[in-house]
Write a protein that binds this ligand. Structure first.
Ligand code: GDP
Ligand code: IMO
Ligand code: MG
Length: 420
């Protein structure tokens, strides 16, 4: 059957984890295809709350097979912690999860290099999650990386030590103090733990499942505006967060892609450095942060907040070929008298409806204002009961983008979801 894809359309943290968990009862297979533990995907259901970093968000659905695809970078220490937390919840994660042999391993020294590179950038730092993501993808592209399948090789330790030594050599250029042995014992123990999982050639598995009539749901991490090619470079992550990344990160032909679910918040957030044209610096931004509990699920950092940006949203829809929009965190706007949406930008005195090439461009958003609905949406379960001011906001976004909003989220819980 087909490959359906869930993607963040903004700067990450749109609520992908919640939506994959919601959709997962309709999909027998859920697969992560890029990124790694820089992701933090929060799930709330039946009184449970958990944040997943590496394991796909279908793991709590009894019938789903979850795949960590070849495009993912995996830190054994974080993976082990995550699996132990899932097992504590009574979920037999080993029976529900398979891992690609070709996924790359994050070494402790990758994390050190990440920290050293960030420190060297000073004020120009990217605001990385410091999980070692970029150095691991650098080794992958540089053809030096270690892959999950390598942990089964008899000379794994030799290969690990060779790469570690290369990293120590590389780190000499940085004025950065570190202990090369830090976390090594814990990491090697976590590698042992990882060995007990089902490690497979997942590209064969995914294609076999598709050929046997199963539909696969690919779970994106980050968002289009953090994509290595199309995001606000260099303030991006190091993987392809776009729809095409799902094909590469799983080994599936683009001909298989059917539905592309594009997830966006009813406003915007960004964590880390880089351009954010609609960022709000006054108390309204603080209100969004407080009401939306906008603190990083991975790092705990406060997220920057701003109004919905249709220029960026339309760009993300174009690059990804979105078929269905999903609007998250609508309830966070419940208390606002007025809601703003950026419909274009002013750049160098000219009206502009495209995302500028240069990350340092001075961009002034042009806003359209909407009256707030001033009602609590969190208890509503039927579309017909939504306030008309809210429906006008939804219709405007649909008109502007030309894509239907098929799901509206009005709270963090699995149940606080209206499917239209
Ligand atoms: P992800 O990285 O895209 O999976 O998103 P995160 O989990 O990092 O951030 C989304 C946050 O918003 C989490 O704390 C979710 O529990 C929460 N959330 C998701 N949907 C909604 C919603 O509709 N309303 C509210 N208030 N919170 C939501
Ligand atoms: P999820 O999947 C939000 C941001 C970091 C930083 C930049 C590069 O939860 O939506 P990296 O560690 O990847 O080198 O950091 O990207 N970033 C995210 N922001 N959500 C994420 O993931 C993110 N993953 C990375 O803050 O600005
Ligand atoms: Mg997140």
């Amino acid at each position: 059957m087909t490959l359906d894809v869930v993607l963040g359309l903004q700067w990450g943290d749109e609520g992908k984890g919640k939506i994959v968990d919601v959709l997962a009862d309709r999909y027998p297979v859920i697969a992560r295809f890029q990124g790694g533990p820089n992701a933090g995907h929060s799930l709330h259901f039946e009184g449970n709350k958990i944040v997943l970093h590496t394991v796909p968000s279908g793991v709590f659905r009894t019938k789903a097979t979850n795949i960590i695809g070849n495009g993912v970078v995996l830190d054994p220490i974080i993976f082990k912690g995550e699996c132990e937390a899932i097992i504590k919840m009574g979920v037999p994660v080993r029976n529900r999860l398979v891992i690609s042999r070709k996924a790359h391993l994050i070494l402790p020294t990758h994390r050190t290099i990440d920290a050293a590179q960030e420190a060297a950038k000073g004020a120009g730092k990217i605001g990385s999650t410091l999980k070692g993501i970029t150095p691991t993808y650098m080794d992958k592209i540089g053809r030096n990386g270690l892959r999950v399948g390598d942990i089964l090789a008899p000379d794994f330790l030799v290969r690990y030590n060779t790469l570690k030594e290369q990293h120590i050599e590389y780190l000499r250029q940085y004025d950065f103090e570190y202990d090369p042995m830090q976390n090594e014992a814990e990491w090697l123990e976590a590698v042992e733990y990882l060995r007990s999982f089902n490690i497979v050639d997942s590209e064969y598995l995914v294609n076999d499942l598709l050929n046997s009539g199963k539909t696969v749901l690919a779970e994106g991490a980050q968002g289009l505006m953090l994509d290595i090619d199309f995001g606000s470079y260099p303030f991006v992550t190091s993987s392809s967060t776009a729809c095409a990344g799902a094909c590469i990160g799983l080994g599936v032909s683009p001909k298989r892609v059917s539905r592309v679910y594009g997830i966006f918040k009813a406003y915007c957030t960004r964590v880390g450095s880089g351009p954010f044209p609609t960022e709000i610096f006054d108390e309204k931004g603080e209100e969004l942060r407080r009401r939306g509990f906008e603190f990083g699920a991975t790092t705990g950092r406060p997220r920057r907040t701003g109004w919905l940006d249709l220029v960026a949203l339309k760009y993300a829809i174009m690059i990804n070929g979105v078929t269905d929009l999903i609007m998250m965190k609508s309830d966070v706007l419940d208390t606002f008298d007025t809601i703003k949406v950026a419909t274009s930008y002013i750049v160098d005195g000219q009206k502009y409806s495209q995302v500028p090439y240069d990350s340092s461009s001075e961009v002034t958003p042009v806003y359209r204002e909407f009256p707030g609905w001033k009602r609590d949406l969190t208890g509503i379960r039927e579309e017909g009961k939504l306030p008309h001011e809210f429906i006008s906001y939804v219709h405007f976004i649909e008109q502007e983008t030309g894509i239907p909003i098929k799901i509206i989220s009005i709270g963090p819980d699995r149940d606080q979801t209206i499917i239209r």
